[in-house]
Design a protein around this ligand. Structure first.
Ligand SMILES: [Zn+2]
Length: 488
């Protein structure tokens, strides 16, 4: 079955009950209903065009190789031709944006690193489009997809390396998002800044994404999310389960990648918040927004509590290492015969990352999830800060004068409301039992900066998110007691 119209995502039914039992009972809040998406945004998703995706991937494959150290002078082959084409294409696609999108190709000279199979200095160039935010331009959301390709021998920079699934598929999504958003931002700029980047040097050592993430960090840009697509094309072109054709994996890193003080990381782990890293909250966000629009995307999102696949990595790690929330999108079951392989027939088996193994309809569906997530989050209020709880309330008495009202199985939460976010309508507390991956309950707490809930902090984990005047919700933030040290 290939048609998304016949697919009925399971997340449409009983979303809030995934993995959760009926305990603990709750007398406050309501079962979480996935946030819905406005009709205008949904109409954008339907513009994601499988035919254009096919054409983009074919053009990229035609460069013969996009190896990081390949030819930069030829107009038709090598990474130089590929990046020049990307810049030309992006420059064309942004024309309907009324000047609100800018295309650029920042480069740096990477010295030889023999350990990474770079034996001479090479120019690393990212090709990207930026949409400057109109309300909070320093708050920034970044999409990345690497455009370089490789062969089995990573130092082979002349042989044919089509790199269709890995990773022209993600580059095609980048171009489609730019094309679809250009006339939209011409009418109204988003409140926050969006960067859609195709990056180089991933296969060697994440050079291009590291260059981008560090540039943003050095400029004190408030990067709230990186969505990194890498290998998003196999879909139906393999003997895989139908469900895999309608599923995208998202890898969310744990506490290993937290760039917070050691005592904060220690509290994450000791209080059971180890699954509540910014990366996993971002993954939950994508999962929930998609669930609310699953009849349009035709997709389910599988959030995986790992930084990446087994002993592997990708460009999102450059953002995690810079202290930014980041997740990786990858097809649900990789096709190892058609990835990193030198194209050949060996013992009757065909190898190679050729375009014939990409399912353009599937890549378009992944593109819908990306566009939905990126546009929704960039139009939502900022994720709240300094969410913490009172360690004295809902805990053992420490002296005879401890008030009886402290000795209940309750939790007192508080957070920062300054500086005021002009996009904000109200705050929402979310929580879930330990057995659930996704939030199960939500409670509107208005514009207050504190609340007491009759729920034991032993049995659930709590998050806080901001709800916009346009109904769009931010990812949640975690609650930690040691965060209170950051309050003045
Ligand atoms: Zn890749």
């Amino acid at each position: 079955m290939k048609s998304s119209s016949k697919f009925s995502p399971r997340c449409l039914n009983g979303f809030a009950n995934w993995g959760a039992g009926n305990w603990p009972p709750s007398s406050v809040g309501t079962p979480l209903v996935p946030q819905s998406t406005d009709p205008q945004t949904l109409s954008l998703l339907n513009q994601m065009d499988p035919k254009r995706i096919q054409n983009y991937i074919q053009t990229l494959v035609n460069f013969h190789t996009r190896h990081t150290a390949s030819d930069t002078k030829s107009p038709t082959t090598g990474i130089g031709a590929a990046r020049n084409w990307l810049l030309k294409e992006m420059t064309e696609l942004i024309k309907p944006s009324n000047g609100r999108m800018t295309a650029s190709m920042p480069c740096y000279l990477q010295p030889a690193i023999p350990a990474d199979d770079i034996f001479f200095a090479v120019e690393i160039c990212n090709v990207q489009v930026e949409i400057k935010g109109s309300v909070d331009p320093n708050r920034t959301y970044v999409y990345t997809g690497h455009y370089d390709s490789r062969r089995l021998n990573l130092s082979d920079y002349t042989g044919y390396a089509p790199g269709a699934d890995d990773n022209a598929s993600a580059v095609a999504i980048a171009l489609e998002m730019i094309r679809i958003l250009a006339p939209v931002v011409a009418k109204t700029a988003p409140p926050t800044t969006i960067i859609i980047a195709t990056v180089a040097g991933e296969e060697q050592d994440l050079f291009g994404s590291n260059f981008l993430a560090q540039t943003l960090k050095n400029a004190s840009v408030n990067v709230q999310a990186n969505f990194n697509d890498d290998i998003v094309g196999s879909g139906s072109n393999a003997p895989f389960d139908t469900l895999n054709q309608h599923t995208i994996r998202i890898f969310g890193a744990g506490t290993d990648y937290l760039t917070l003080p050691a005592d904060v990381v220690a509290e994450f782990i000791s209080t059971g918040y180890q699954d509540d890293t910014p990366a996993r909250h971002l993954g939950r966000y994508v999962q929930e927004v998609n669930a609310g629009a699953a009849s349009v995307t035709g997709m389910e999102v599988a959030l995986i509590y790992k930084p990446d696949r087994f002993f592997r990595g990708g460009d999102h790690e450059s953002f995690l290492n810079a202290g930014f929330p980041a997740v990786r999108f990858t097809e649900p079951q990789e096709d190892f015969f058609h990835q990193h392989q030198d194209p050949r027939v060996q013992d009757g088996v065909t190898y190679g990352d050729e375009i014939e193994y990409v399912d353009f309809e599937y890549t378009a569906r992944v593109g819908k999830v990306n566009l939905l997530s990126l546009w929704s989050i960039a139009n939502a209020p900022a994720t709240p800060s300094n969410f913490t709880y009172d360690t004295n309330i809902g805990f053992l008495a420490t002296t005879e004068s401890t008030p009886p009202s402290f000795l209940e199985n309750i939790i007192k939460l508080y957070w920062n409301t300054e500086p005021a976010d002009p996009l904000l309508a109200y705050y929402e507390i979310v929580w879930r039992p330990m057995s659930s991956q996704q939030w199960t309950h939500m409670l509107n707490v208005g514009l207050e900066n504190t609340t007491i809930l009759p729920i034991s902090k032993d049995n659930a984990v709590f998050g806080l998110r901001a709800v916009g005047k346009n109904g769009k919700k931010s990812p949640a933030t975690y609650a930690l007691a040691v965060a209170s040290q950051f309050f003045g």
